[in-house]
Design a protein around this ligand. Sequence first.
Ligand code: PNS
Length: 174
Amino acid sequence: MATPLVGLYPGSFDPITNGHTDVIKRAAKICDRLVVGVAINTGKDPMFTIEERVEIVKEEILAHGHGIEAKVEVLAFRGLLMHYAREVGARIIVRGLRAVTDFDYEFQMTGMNARLDPDIETVFLMASEKHQFISSRLVKEVGILGGDVRPFVSSRVAEHLVKRIAEREAARGE
Ligand code: PNS
């Protein structure tokens, strides 16, 4: 019997968008097991804690149904992605690719990761047309500036975002 194909889909997921969920669903069709790796150290100042980001991703997967939750596991990771990929037995890293602007960053990261561990391939899933322009960073910006984030994230994530933005504003006395 062929070895099961384990994929690792890493990211900051701060928070998970409809684009991420689409990649998870599609990657789950390709892999026998998919680990969604939520990076503890993002190099950015995340809006949600690592526990919250993991929990919100789990909520999304359960809400989507289609039985993908049987194949998909959501775990936090720290340190080098390629070390973690080995740890979970991943043979492929899955990344979503949107507009050409993603290319340079992804190209550098893939090249570096291939040097670190040439046995693990990075595969890209092109973002579906309606998700081309969604990014967690822009969704947060839209939310902070009072725009409607519901076209880009699920209603659950939108609620988490609105709540967090209000908490942050209250803490700053705005
Ligand atoms: O969703 P993001 O922010 O684009 O995801 C970036 C992520 C988490 C995949 C990337 O920063 C990463 O792999 N971090 C782990 C640390 C690491 O391995 N860095 C070297 C990358 S070449």
